[in-house]
Structures are given as C-alpha cells and as structure tokens.
Design a protein around this ligand. Structure first.
Ligand code: GLC
Length: 479
C-alpha cells in the first residue's frame, strides 16, 4: 500500500497551523503500520526549506489560461523526516516567505487561485509520468480539485482509477472563485461542470467533498458540526454525502512531543513530574518577569475569531480586576485589534500578564512545559492539537466544549476527566472556568494526581493512523 498526501503544509518544512503537524506526523505512523507514505507540498522560501538538499525528480510545464508555467518536482534529502517529502518548485508562485499570507502585510497573496491551480496540476503531471501510489489523500480546499481533475479533465484521466480521500481541517475556507475564472481551469467535461459549482461559485472545498471517494474530518464532533452549521453553507452537501464521511480524531507525534527528549526544552522530565514542571515554570516566569506563586494560564495560537482570541482581553481584564489569582501569558499573531488590546494590558498588569505577539515554535514548547493551564476558548475547533500537546506536558486544558475539544478533553466532573470545559462562547462562562481552574490549583493533592493522570493518556497517532489505513485498504479493495 502506497499513499501520497497532497497538502499545503508539512511540518517541519512548512507549518501555519495544525494541518502542518498532521501532514508531518501521520505519514510516520502509517509507515510503522507498513504503508509507504509520501507527502508533496509547494516549495516555499522558508529557512528550513532552504537549508536542505534536493534531488530533482521531474521537470515539466503546464498551461494556465495563456501562460506557460515551468515547474520542477524535487525530493527533499533530509533523512530525519521519516518519510519521503517532495516539493513542487514554481519560483514565480511559491518562492515567497509566507504559506498563505504575505508576512509583511498579513494579507493573503493576490494570485492564490493561480498558485493552487498550478500546484495541484503540477502534482498530477508528475503522477501521470510516474505513479507508484495506490491512494491520493488530499487536504483542505487547496487540493480539493484533485479528485475532480482526475475524473473529469481529459489531461489527467489516466489517474481516474486512483481512490481519493479528502480531509477537511477547516470548513470555514472554501477557496471559492467566480465562474468568470473558468478559463484558468484545465479543459473538463462540460457535463461535469455542476460538480464545480456551489451557490453560483466554483467552490474547491465543495468539489472535493462531492468527488472524493471518502470524506473525513479531524474529529467526530466536528463532522456533526459541519453537518449542522459550521461549514459556511455546505451543510446540506455534507449531510448528503453522509454515507462516505467519517470523523477521525488527530493524534500527536509523540517523538516530537516527548517531555523526556524534546530538544526545544531546557530541562527534560526525568522521574519527578512536579520538579520538572516547577523548573520549566520558573524559566517562563523569570524570562517574562511574572509572579511564580500563582497558577500560570497560557494561550497559544492564532489571534483570530475562530480561536476565540477576541474574548481574551476583556476576560483576563475582568478576572484580574476583580481579584482573580493567576498569571497569564499569550503567544500568537493575528488580528490587529486583539494584538493592540493585549499590548495595552502589558503595562497595566505588570507581573501577572505578558504576551509575545509572534509565532515561535521553541517558546511554545517551553510554555506547554512551564504552564499550569492552557486556555482554548475556540468558537470553532475542528480538532485542536494544542490541548493534546498540553496534556502530554502536564498542563491542564481549559476548553470551550466544541468540535475536537469536546471529544478530547472530558471535564474533571467526570471520573476520568482531564480538563475543564465550558459550554457557551461568552465571557461569563469562560470566567467561571478560570475560577474552577484556580480553585483546583489550591487543592494540592487532587491537582498533582490530575497532572500525573493527563500525562499518561495516549493521544499518539497509532489508533487514528490505523483507521485511515483501514479506509485506504477498503477503497483499494474496491478498485
Ligand atoms: C486546523 C484546525 C484544527 C486542527 C488542524 C489539524 O488547523 O483549525 O482544529 O487540529 O487543522 O487537523
């Protein structure tokens, strides 16, 4: 069994969010189950990508509208990845520092449509020339047209028999564009045109859903939510495709996220959890001049509405101004209004609040290790990985009960609970959850036991990788 993941991100080469982590971890676990798995992404201009060596494996060119676009497929020479990683090199379109956004302006690239159309077709041209794979696994709207193209575009029809899996990591982004851009698509069967359409637009997410053999998303809870109102107008469609859809919760890469060996940590867990956590916390509180005697509550992630980041400034302000006893640290980038509000709070709450408005992988690992609680007040959360990293590093998650958060963080009111849940997305419920956390912190024994318990939970990819493998095998047996 050979599988190719087609993705916009893959850690450590390119990561904007959880998709990168998934594409960088699942292949290793599939390999351990005996399925050879490769990944292909665009070749961006990132430090990691430029430090590697490459072997060219294919050169071609494709036509898009009236342009001819030359491209090369290159195999990354890094031996530590654990799986073959290929990159599509299209200098004019991808040799840029950002994956989706220009880091200078924070805005999406203006030629996104062209970028993803070229990426998908370059992959297919390479596969036409040489395809050892039994399954193509596509992720999010950037690769949503692949299942359509192999079935309904003359140029790629030689691949039509290959089964496809389409995974939705984020149902908010559809990549939709107007029908007047049809001239940019490769020639397709006109009677299949309806498969491209949703609500009067060409909608790659919808097309992926319609044309794939198997539709998955990253938790069972989120699959329900996509059917009920979280897919930006695709609810009917996703309900309609119920027979081929399933939610499979993401796992974490326990080689990368291992408190005993994580190279991004200053101190490693030996035997004594309390001792290790105390040292890791001291590193953070000293570095950022925060009080060390109070529970440290962190937020890590994009400062956007989906993640509920707009709730943070008022919530923390209310908690601290009414005498709540905790220290807060926020790491992330995103909306200007949230960033500005957080910056203003820095001077107001010296010693109990700080923020680093950046993306910083190393600091994030240090924070997971050093914190007492992780707050995830998401409006929408397809799976969420941060709560899983935090459990593994003995940091108790406080989550809004939504999507994958509800599925993975049971409340401590239950016997085997591993975190604190709140139901409605509002300040009052989030505030109550913070008080439950600080109360728990006072109960030393309960607190220590819970910390031991959550670190033992197995959230590795093993089980979920097996579920994907079962799907691949089932599809291949039908060919
Ligand atoms: C997206 C989702 C996140 C999920 C990740 C990986 O980033 O927002 O919830 O964990 O994809 O599937």
């Amino acid at each position: 069994m050979k599988i190719l993941h087609i993705s916009a991100e893959c850690y450590p080469a390119a990561k904007a969010g959880g998709l990168g982590d998934v594409a960088g971890a699942l292949p290793k676990y599939l390999r351990d189950l005996g399925a050879e798995t490769a990944v292909i992404i665009p070749k961006y201009r990132s430090k990691w990508i430029y430090e590697q060596s490459y072997e060219p494996v294919f050169q071609g060119h494709l036509s898009i509208a009236h342009w001819t676009v030359p491209f090369a497929i290159e195999k990354c020479g890094n031996p530590t990845l654990g799986f073959p990683l290929y990159m599509v090199n299209v200098p004019r379109l991808f040799d840029r520092p950002g994956i989706y956004n220009d880091p200078q302006t924070g805005q999406g690239y203006w030629d996104d449509l062209e970028r993803w159309l070229v990426f998908q077709q370059a992959v297919l041209q390479w596969l036409l020339h040489h395809n050892p794979y039994n399954v193509f696994h596509c992720h999010d709207h950037h690769t949503g047209l692949v299942p359509f193209m192999i079935k309904h575009c003359r140029a790629y029809r030689a691949l039509a028999h290959i089964p496809t899996v389409f995974t939705i990591h984020n149902g908010q982004y559809h990549g939709a564009f107007h029908w007047d851009k049809t001239f940019m698509l490769p020639d397709y069967d006109r009677d299949a045109g309806g498969l491209l359409d949703w609500d009067g637009m060409i909608n790659p997410l919808a097309t992926g859903i319609k044309c794939c053999w198997q539709l998955t998303t990253v938790s069972a809870g989120y699959m329900e939510e996509l059917r009920a109102g979280s897919s930006g107008g695709l609810e009917w469609l996703i309900n309609n495709e119920r027979a081929k859809s399933v939610g499979i919760v993401n796992g974490i890469d326990t080689d990368v996220w291992n408190p005993k060996t994580d190279p991004l940590l200053g101190t490693h867990l030996n035997v004594n959890v309390a001792d290790w956590k105390a040292k890791a916390k001291l590193f953070i509180t000293q570095k950022f001049h925060l009080r060390n005697d109070l529970p440290l509550i962190i937020f890590i992630g994009r400062l956007v509405g989906e993640k509920g980041a707009d709730l943070l400034p008022n919530l923390i302000h209310r908690f601290l101004s009414e005498g709540g006893e905790a220290v807060f640290f926020i790491l992330g980038t995103g909306e200007q209004s949230v960033s500005d509000a957080l910056m203003r709070m820095k001077s107001r709450y010296l010693g109990v609040f700080d923020t680093a408005l950046m993306y910083n992988e190393e600091l994030s690992h240090r924070l997971y290790a050093g914190a007492d609680f992780l707050l995830m007040p998401s409006r929408v959360e397809p799976c969420g990985l941060n709560q899983l990293y935090s459990l593994r590093y003995g940091t108790i998650p406080i989550v809004r009960a939504v999507g994958g958060l509800r599925d993975t963080v049971s409340d401590i009111a239950d016997e085997k609970g591993c975190g604190i849940q709140f139901a409605a997305f509002n300040e009052t419920e989030a505030l109550e959850a913070l008080y439950r956390a600080t109360d728990l912190y006072q109960q030393a024994e309960k607190w220590a036991n819970l910390r031991q318990h959550i670190m033992q939970i197995d959230h590795s990819w093993k089980q979920s990788a097996q579920r994907y493998l079962n799907i691949y095998q089932d599809m291949v047996s039908r060919t």
